[in-house]
Structure formats: structure tokens, C-alpha cells
Design a binder for this molecule. Structure first.
Ligand code: NAP
Length: 254
């Protein structure tokens, strides 16, 4: 089997739906035992129903935005499956759409904690509780928004730019025991991005060279490779998966 994860254990945050759920499903299909986590137990219960191999999946409700919750979910994951080889920092939020200069303190703080500091607190907990001794792999879900400006989601993008830098810094600090990489998705058909595609999908798709929005599994396939031994000599890298969105003419004069 390609990218086999037989015998590995993983924690995927934000895994009750969307990209996180697709990643968890890929990991289980590849042989891993996976803890799925998100805030709401009822969402996790629904997600659990989508797995064929239920004994390979365990759900833990937790809020990614605080250090104590990060330490708890990592500890309970290790307690349940006996190890933690793979951490996927996927959960994120975007409570604000508008000019950067008009965002409220509460919106700014929430986005910062859920999208940015969670990557550090979960990676730190995984390192201290398991990976410093046993090794492991961390995969962060960033965004192409972290690579440059876009209308409306400026602060979200600032947090994603930070996730990109956190990936590089953590890879530098935690090697050789732990590899740390990131995926930067383009527009994917999920709840988080619904406002960006729901009423104008055909128009949006025209600006994507591959002619369609991404689906969660388009991201999950690459995630599977990045947490497996197929990528064992890769760390600190940001892999763009965006249907070609960022590969456009610059508009400059040749
Ligand atoms: N969709 C896109 O176009 C796109 C593009 C680029 C990057 N991304 C990135 O891809 C990742 C996944 O996004 P998605 O599009 O799949 O989003 P989604 O469908 O909205 O799913 C978000 C997941 O995160 C959980 N979550 C939200 N806030 C949380 C919190 N405070 N603590 C714990 N879990 C929380 C949600 O479940 P609960 O409600 O139960 O907590 C849900 O499982 C994110 O990092 C996002 O920034 C997405």
C-alpha cells in the first residue's frame, strides 16, 4: 500500500468535518489509529459514523485555543492509543470579514488563539509528552492566504502566515527527531469557506487554472504522504495545493 501508516497513531484537530475529517479518514484507511478532535461532541459523534473501521477512531472534544486543553487532548490521545506518532494541526476559524483596520479585539484574539497559538501549544504538548523521546511527525494546515494579501480575510491570513513561519521554526528546532511540514490549501468546498464560493462557484472556478474548487480529499491525499515515511527526508516545507490558483501571470510588463 502506498504511504502505509500501519501501526501509527495520530491526533487530528478540527476533524469533525471538512479537511480535518478527510485527513482523518485517509489516515485510518492507510492503517493508522486516529483521535479526531473538535469542540462539539455532537459533531464528533456524526463524524464517527462516517468511519468503517470504528475501532481505529476515537473522539475527544476539546477547544484548541487554550494550552490546558492542548495538553489534555494530547495526554488523552496517548492514553487511549498508547502513543502519538502524528499530530495534524488543522482546526481554524474566521469570525471576521472586512478591512484589517476595523477588526475588533475579540475577533482578533479569537482568530489568533484558534489558528496560530494552537499550533504551538499542541506541538509543544506532543513534543513534551511523547515526540521528544519517541520521534514523530507534525503537519500544519496553513493557507495560500498566508502567502499574500486577499480582500476581506486579512487577519485570518496574518495568522496563516504565522503558521507558515511556525512550521519552518519548529522544523528547525525539533529535528532530527520530529519532522514538521505544512500544506497551504487554496479554496476548498467546506463550511469555513462557504461565504467565498456558495453563490458564485462558477465565477470563482474560472479563476482557478484546474477549473474547480478543491474538495477536502484533494488536501487529505497530500497530507497522507506528508505524515508517512514517503516524505521522510522533508521538513520545514510548505506544500501549496490550490488547483493552480497561485500560479498565475503576474500582470507585470515583460
Ligand atoms: N476551506 C478552505 O477553503 C481552506 C483554505 C485554506 C486553508 N484552510 C484551512 O483548512 C483547515 C480546515 O478548515 P476547513 O475548511 O475544513 O473548515 P471547517 O469545515 O469549518 O472545519 C473546521 C473544523 O474545526 C473545528 N473547530 C473550529 N473551531 C475550533 C476550536 N476552537 N477548537 C477545536 N476545533 C475547532 C470544527 O468543529 P467544531 O465546530 O465541532 O469545533 C471543524 O471540525 C483550517 O486550518 C483552514 O484554515 C481551509
Amino acid at each position: 500500500m502506498t504511504s502505509s501508516l500501519e501501526g501509527r497513531t495520530a491526533l487530528v484537530t478540527g476533524a469533525s468535518r471538512g479537511i480535518g475529517l478527510a485527513i482523518a479518514q485517509r489516515l485510518v484507511d492507510a492503517g493508522a489509529r486516529v483521535v479526531i478532535s473538535s469542540r462539539r461532541q455532537e459533531n464528533l459523534n456524526e463524524a464517527l459514523l462516517t468511519f468503517d473501521q470504528r475501532t481505529s477512531v476515537h473522539a475527544i472534544a476539546a477547544h484548541v485555543g487554550t494550552r490546558s486543553e492542548a495538553e489534555r487532548v494530547v495526554a488523552q490521545s496517548i492514553e487511549h492509543f498508547g502513543s502519538l506518532d502524528i499530530l495534524v494541526n488543522n482546526a481554524a476559524t474566521n469570525p471576521y470579514f472586512g478591512l484589517l483596520v476595523d477588526i475588533s479585539d475579540a475577533q482578533m484574539q479569537k482568530t489568533y488563539e484558534v489558528n496560530q497559538t494552537s499550533v504551538l501549544t499542541h506541538s509543544g504538548a506532543a513534543w513534551h509528552q511523547w515526540m521528544s523521546e519517541h520521534g514523530g511527525v507534525i503537519l500544519n494546515v496553513a493557507s495560500i492566504g498566508g502567502l499574500g494579501p486577499e480582500p476581506g480575510i486579512g487577519w485570518y491570513n496574518v495568522t496563516k502566515a504565522a503558521v507558515i513561519h511556525l512550521t519552518k521554526q519548529l522544523a528547525f528546532e525539533l529535528g532530527p527527531r520530529v519532522r514538521v511540514n505544512a500544506i497551504a490549501p487554496g479554496l476548498v468546498r467546506t463550511e469555513l469557506a462557504r461565504g467565498l464560493w456558495e453563490n458564485n462557484e462558477a465565477q470563482v472556478a474560472r479563476h482557478i487554472p484546474l477549473g474547480r474548487l478543491g474538495e477536502p480529499d484533494d488536501i487529505a491525499g497530500i497530507a497522507q504522504v506528508l505524515v508517512s515515511d514517503e516524505s521522510s527526508w522533508m521538513t520545514g516545507q510548505i506544500i501549496v495545493v490550490d488547483g493552480g490558483t497561485t500560479n498565475q501571470p503576474t500582470g507585470g510588463v515583460a
